[in-house]
Design a protein around this ligand. Structure first.
Ligand SMILES: Cc1ncc(COP(=O)(O)O)c(C=O)c1O
Ligand SMILES: [Zn+2]
Length: 417
């Protein structure tokens, strides 16, 4: 059963039909999906959800897809790992990692694209498209392949190899644009006016964005139907951040969790931190920046949902922190070495940002914290390639091995027994 009712302007509240549109004709405010929550009462329950598939589709009643014919590569229901070793290093009592590195295309974007591609197909589109900072590219290409749709993918030309190949493999038309993500996005807005394509993060953005609510739902369900005290999240456009907040609040509204004590904590790389900068200046107005950071997946200088992300920080009594590129790398390595999770640069931003927020006293060490790790490190190997310890290089002999080990330990080779 579908409980979706309409698209609604976030600013003036005007309602629109469930079309491929994203901005209010009246005030240009962004459109958001609204639902019949009353109708869900007694129908959407803990039990009904627990009976669902182990993917985002267990929350289908809360997603803007009308039919059962969804585009499904099994996005979501990723592990929530208790992270005691990282917690100890950071001085926290209870820390969990939401490990979205292990989605089908190795980032949280599978959540949003699963919803966007399903809705796009329902709306009769044959072509899926996007402007991407990298992860979206692979996810859109994969979902298009699975759906038998054509794909046009636009990326900044300077992306990491792992992201380019990780999208190209699915056979889309991949367009590397000489320019920043913000320029790619502007080009795509023009293209969206010209061609009848479903640009997942432009004309079908209201549906797409809803997919990120499932991160909030899953964490609450996996914690045993409760919301965390702190949600630490990496921001680019700010959309996912706002939707985790929305998801937790919907669960509360439906009586699935008792309360939402969550403080929403935003993290960005210093080289692209327009949202953190606005937070620090005490304003809700984001000033666009020109990105320069190794966290390319987060390199959006003019974040579409920056204002709403700042509102979510405000409403949740949260905070924000930015970290240097060196800290990003340290964060990636710390996460890998303490918990066995190889995250991309965005994960380094989360971990390093969490450390800063603890140091600043913004995260109470006694609370329950969830760090959202949203993309896989194999896609951004460049960031750590010269930081990891090179392998010992030996000939296939025992003597070589022991000499190499001894050399690494700064000892002389042991006598052979
Ligand atoms: C790995 C990763 N994490 C986080 C984000 C931020 O998402 P949003 O644009 O919804 O803020 C992105 C965006 O591309 C991403 O690729
Ligand atoms: Zn409006």
């Amino acid at each position: 059963m579908a409980f979706v009712t309409a698209l609604k302007c976030r600013e003036c509240g005007r309602q629109y039909p469930l079309d491929p549109i994203h901005a209010c004709e009246w005030c240009f405010g962004p459109l958001e999906v609204s639902y019949d929550y009353e109708g869900m009462n007694g129908v959407v329950t803990r039990t009904s959800i627990e009976r669902g598939p182990r993917s985002i589709w267990r929350y289908k009643d809360l997603l803007p897809v009308l039919t059962d014919n969804v585009v499904d590569i099994n996005a979501g229901f990723t592990p929530l790992l208790r992270a005691d070793r990282l917690a100890k290093t950071l001085g926290l009592k209870e820390l969990y990692i939401k490990n979205d590195c292990v989605n089908p295309t190795y980032s949280f974007k599978d959540r949003v694209v699963a919803v966007a591609s399903s809705r796009a197909r329902e709306l009769g589109f044959d072509v899926l498209a996007c402007a991407s900072t990298g992860n979206l590219a692979g996810s859109v290409a994969a979902h298009a392949a699975r759906a038998g749709m054509e794909a046009y993918i636009f990326i900044p030309a300077d992306l990491e190899q792992g992201k380019i190949i990780g999208a190209a493999i699915y056979g889309p038309t991949l367009v590397a644009v000489e320019g920043s993500y913000d320029q790619v996005n502007r080009l795509c807005s023009e293209l969206a006016d010209r061609y009848r394509w479903a640009f997942v993060n432009i004309n079908v953005r209201p549906y797409y964005a809803e997919g990120s609510k499932t991160l909030g739902y899953e964490v609450a369900e996996q914690l045993g139907w409760r919301a965390p005290d702190y949600a630490v999240v990496p921001l680019a456009s700010g959309s996912m951040f706002t939707k985790i907040w929305k998801g937790l609040n919907e669960f509360h509204q439906l009586g699935l969790i008792d309360s939402v004590p969550t403080h929403m904590m935003a993290t960005q790389a210093l080289g692209c931190s327009p949202i953190v900068t606005a937070y620090a200046a005490g304003t809700l107005n984001v000033k666009p920046v020109k990105p320069n950071t190794i966290a390319k997946s987060l390199a959006i200088g003019n974040p579409a949902d920056g204002y709403y992300a700042l509102k979510a920080i405000q409403e949740s009594n949260g905070a924000a922190a930015a970290v240097t590129d060196d800290e990003v790398v340290e964060g990636m390595m710390l996460l890998a070495e303490t918990e066995g999770v190889f995250a991309e640069t965005a994960g380094g931003v989360t971990v390093a940002g969490l450390r800063r927020l603890i140091q600043a006293g913004a995260v109470d060490p006694n609370g329950l914290t969830v760090a959202f790790i949203t993309g896989n490190g194999l896609k951004t190997q460049e960031a750590v390639a010269d930081k990891v310890t090179a392998p010992l290089h030996i000939r296939p002999t025992l003597a070589d091995f022991e000499a190499a080990i001894a050399a690494r330990r700064g000892l002389s080779a042991p006598a052979l027994v």
